[in-house]
Design a binder for this molecule. Structure first.
Ligand SMILES: [Cu+2]
Length: 121
């Protein structure tokens, strides 16, 4: 009687065989490869990252805030200083330059957008 591991191995083998068979079709039609990055961006938009940072600059008119942030948990992003969009400009009324803050952020369409921010002084 085959155990679960053997069945999974057989299924993997069948899968990889299917992929190898599919390659000539992919070569003949390069379009599907162009669609791929878009689907990856959509997946990233659903991810919420969170971290802490220091407020460096606030631009209410442009709905942007510059944060010197620590590594962002949930994203593969190290500590750096960068500009974030804010989901709601009212979020900028609660913080000032020099404040230490905690924030949550989403990523999609090439922009990082703060979803929440609160002082952590
Ligand atoms: Cu960053």
């Amino acid at each position: 009687m085959p155990n679960v591991r053997q069945i999974a191995g057989a299924m993997l083998l069948a899968l990889s065989t299917a992929i190898v068979v599919h390659v000539p079709t992919a070569d003949a039609m390069p379009q599907p490869a162009v669609v791929k990055p878009e689907s990856i961006q959509l997946a990233q938009a659903d991810t919420v990252g969170k971290s802490e940072g220091l407020v460096r600059r606030i631009d209410k008119g442009a709905k942007k805030v510059t944060l010197q942030h620590g590594p962002i948990e949930g994203f593969d992003m190290p500590a750096m200083t960068m500009v974030f969009q804010v989901a709601d400009p009212a979020m900028l009324d609660k913080i000032e330059v020099g404040d230490k803050v905690r924030f949550t952020v989403t990523r999609g369409g090439g922009a990082m957008t703060l979803q929440s921010v609160e002082t952590a002084n």
